[in-house]
Design a protein around this ligand. Structure first.
Ligand SMILES: Nc1ncnc2c1ncn2[C@@H]1O[C@H](COP(=O)(O)OP(=O)(O)OP(=O)(O)O)[C@@H](O)[C@H]1O
Ligand SMILES: [Zn+2]
Ligand SMILES: [Zn+2]
Length: 799
């Protein structure tokens, strides 16, 4: 007797352990862990994941049999099943949520399947399944277990194909195509009548004569200068006939040329050798690759991946969403071709599923993707790379709140392979671990070919603003004119983080800060107060600047569209491209902008954070940062780190090739250390300074942190529950733990729910996990009253 242990799709503590279901005898040996099933649960039937198959059950009563199979093969492999268990504990979430997070989007939703007989013979041999059709709906509700067993056999022996409705019905892309309609002789006769200066028509006739049997896509013809107006004429004259053909989905919008490994410089070589030797000897070593901007980190990644592949192993490379530019994808694809699968949020459900299938079936050996790609079902992993490891997009903001770096480390330990964390500005956490010897530090201290880092000037906007009201300082505009005259390219960054939530004096740069904490206050327009989210301090919004008595104290910031208008007005002949959320909404628009700029069809690329990282354009010699401060004033203990990182990254876009780069940083806080040190791009000093700040403030990496957020439709209830939790924590944690709050969150009310939070900072609390699990369990009982508690382990911020 076989028993399936099933995690059912009901996220509660009671269902966080598997339930037992009987596997019908005739399916014995065919059902495996990682498949999804339908099972009876009370009066309902629900879905669940089989996590184990046993021959005994703890359960005393009579077991019910599973109702049907959702999958005909495991969609979660053994490794990922174990990972889900670890992750659920680590992120204080339910196993079912973790398991679902691992599947590509389209598979989580309801979908239908089709069974396709691979030959007519197979169809005729299985009349009960196919009833004479080559393709039938997989209607699991109506299969007896005998029939299911037969289907599983056919699937296992590769006699049938299972297709998901989402791949079948995801809208096919139809393209116009043309075929020859006339005989070659008749076409030759036609060409006598076409004027010789009708080049496109002549060209088309020649193509038709040279390739009489070929079907030509309009898109291909366009590339040859034969436009749709030419094909329309040709159609009217009866030369060709138009049809529509279905395009196979291809997430790589363009084909790329094969590239060869570059000859490494000494620093790159040293890094690659260390990584490769760890891969060869199956060492679970974590490397921190700290390389200045333009030092050739990507080439190190590529050659390390190549080495893993040469050993018959696979590789996973993670990049932040905004740097997953066509540029980096192009570089990887041109080295590894069709072995690469790509996973990111701009793919349609169908495309993502296709890519996931290629990985799951072992076809794809290299996966490049954003955060969720860390769950790519690669087997035999030889290397995991996390590019821009400091990036905040690696932490998932909602349940399960996992940190990609930690999941990657878990997987690397499972596979006995190395992890490479790469950055020009490593997170303090990672760098501190490297200093302790937990990670091995690899350095690329110089740019490729020893190109100089750009020269950075800091512009004090307090002085500028006294003179004029332009968003561009005199120095920056002069530099722009100069580059335009030289036909060089310019990047302008408008930093919009925290754009309207803080207050600043336009005359003296004063930003109101909390008297108890070294953090700026957040503006709450509804209550007319400035609040501190660390200690709960509140004060009224001032009407005049407390420092210089100016009345020009208010929101700070400007939109990218406004900036574009100003720039166009000041430089009427310049070709300006804007890249922000508004201009990149449509699929492919991101690529289009980057391609255009890369082909030097524009002089100025202006945009938000999206343009700050990863871009490698040799003609860019000038970078301007319009407002360095907005990240700085954000009420967040990581705001200095973010500012330093952003300024260093964006500065790094300038002067990457032979021409020297220049950078202007406009700021109201020219004396702030994050800005001063970004000027010299001195990560070492920034690290030392910021570590002292973190030490004194008892922040990470000196302290571990946990954030508890409670919410309910009633503010008093939320507050009361959070105080009860506070008391429980005080009673159960050591005196060394620092507990802050409860305080209302930045946006206290969302969707008519009131949010409060508690922050725990600690260095050594062996019982913390058990205590917090109890908090969760207790709060579950109060869920009826609308109370919800969320726990964020190592939150990115305290907001
Ligand atoms: N060994 C090499 N020889 C010649 N050129 C190289 C070599 N390695 C890298 N390059 C080139 O140097 C440029 C910068 O490299 P890359 O973009 O990898 O830098 P990076 O360290 O990732 O920079 P960033 O962190 O700023 O994105 C690229 O154009 C790359 O092709
Ligand atoms: Zn002032
Ligand atoms: Zn405070």
């Amino acid at each position: 007797m076989q028993i399936a242990q099933v995690i059912v799709d009901i996220p509660t503590s009671q269902t966080n352990n598997p339930f037992s279901y009987l596997i019908p005898d005739n399916l014995s040996g065919q059902v495996s862990p990682g498949m999804r099933v339908q099972v009876p649960f009370g009066p309902r039937k629900i879905t669940g994941f089989i996590v184990a198959i046993t021959d005994r059950s703890e359960f005393q009563g009579k077991l019910k049999p599973i109702s049907s199979l959702v999958d005909l093969y495991p969609v979660i492999n053994q490794e990922l099943l174990e990972l889900a268990t670890w992750m659920a504990g680590q992120t204080y979430s339910f196993k079912i949520n973790c398991l679902q997070t691992m599947l590509p989007g389209g598979m989580r939703t309801k979908f239908k399947k089709k069974l396709i007989a691979k030959s007519d013979q197979i169809r005729d041999d299985n009349p009960q399944i196919f009833a004479g059709q080559n393709e039938v709906d997989y209607d699991r509700a109506h299969y007896s277990s005998n029939l299911l067993s037969q289907i599983l056999n056919l699937q296992k022996t590769d006699q049938i194909k299972v297709e998901y409705e989402l791949t079948i019905h995801a809208k096919p892309v139809m393209m116009a195509a043309f075929k020859r309609q006339m005989t070659p002789e008749a076409l030759k006769a036609e060409s006598q009548h076409v004027r010789s200066n009708a080049i496109a028509q002549q060209h088309l006739l020649k193509l038709l004569l040279d390739h009489p049997d070929e079907q030509f896509l309009q898109s291909k013809l366009n590339q040859k200068g034969i436009s749709s107006s030419t094909t329309r004429v040709a159609e009217q004259r009866g030369w060709i006939k138009k049809t529509q053909v279905r395009q196979i989905r291809n997430p790589f919008l363009r084909s790329v040329k094969k590239s060869q490994p570059l000859k490494l410089n000494a620093d790159q070589q040293a890094a690659v050798s260390q990584i490769n030797s760890a891969t060869s000897t199956k060492q679970n070593q974590i490397f921190l690759l700290e390389g200045v901007t333009g030092s050739g980190k990507t080439e190190v990644y590529l050659q390390s991946i190549a080495h893993a592949l040469s050993l018959g192993r696979t590789a996973l490379m993670l990049v932040p969403e905004i740097t997953l530019t066509p540029q980096i994808v192009g570089r990887i694809r041109s080295r590894f071709g069709d072995q690469v699968a790509m996973l990111h949020s701009a793919l349609s459900n169908g495309e993502r599923f296709d890519e996931w299938q290629r990985i799951n079936s072992g076809q794809a050996k290299v996966v490049v993707g954003v955060r969720s790609a860390v769950f790519a079902p690669l087997t035999n992993l030889g290397l995991i790379i996390i590019d821009e490891e400091h990036d905040s997009s690696y932490k998932q903001a909602d349940n399960p709140r996992y940190q990609t770096r930690d999941v990657a480390k878990w997987r690397a330990a499972y596979h006995h392979c190395p992890v490479v964390l790469g950055s020009a500005t490593p997170s303090l956490e990672s760098r501190a671990r490297a200093m302790k010897g937990v990670y091995r530090l690899l350095r690329l201290p110089h740019r490729i070919n020893r190109h100089a880092l750009p020269h950075v000037s800091i512009i004090d906007m307090k002085i500028e603003m006294a003179k004029h009201h332009s968003a561009l300082s005199t120095a920056l505009s002069t530099a722009i004119s100069d580059r335009l005259a030289k036909h060089e390219q310019i990047i302008l960054l408008l930093n919009r983080r925290g754009y309207s939530s803080f207050l600043m004096c336009r005359d003296c740069g004063y930003v109101p800060r909390c008297p108890n904490c070294d953090i700026s206050l957040t503006m709450h327009k509804d209550t007319g107060t400035l609040d501190c989210h660390y200690c709960g301090h509140k004060e009224p919004i001032p009407r005049v600047c407390p420092q210089c008595h100016s009345k020009r104290i208010g929101h700070y910031g400007m939109g990218s569209q406004q900036l574009e208008e100003q720039v166009k007005e000041m430089f009427p002949t310049a070709r300006v491209l804007r890249m922000d959320v508004d201009t990149t909404r449509r699929k492919g628009s991101h690529e289009a902008i980057i391609d255009k700029f890369g082909a030097h069809k524009a002089d100025i690329l202006l945009g938000t954070q999206m343009i700050a990282k990863g871009l490698d354009f040799p003609e860019v010699t000038l970078v301007g940062v319009l407002n360095a401060d907005s990240a700085l004033a954000f009420p967040d203990f990581r705001s200095s780190e973010r500012t330093f990182e952003l300024l260093t990254q964006v500065s790094g876009r300038a002067g990457r090739a032979d021409k020297t780069g220049e950078v202007f940083i406009q700021t109201f806080n020219p004396d702030h250390y994050a800005i001063q040190l970004a000027q010299t791009q001195d990560y070492e000093r920034f690290y030392a300074t910021e570590m002292r700040v973190r030490h004194d403030g008892k922040y990470p990496p000196y302290y571990f942190t946990v954030k508890l957020t409670g919410s309910s439709p009633n503010e008093n209830q939320t507050a009361a529950e959070m105080y009860a939790i506070l008391n429980f924590l005080k009673a159960n944690l050591s005196k060394m733990a620092i507990i802050l709050g409860p305080t209302p969150k930045t946006i206290t009310r969302i969707n008519n729910r009131y949010y409060y939070q508690i922050i725990i900072k600690y260095q050594n609390e062996p019982h913390l996990k058990a205590v917090l699990d109890q908090v969760l369990l207790k709060s579950q009982k109060k869920q009826r009253h609308g109370l919800q508690i969320a726990i964020d382990n190592e939150p990115l911020d305290f907001m």
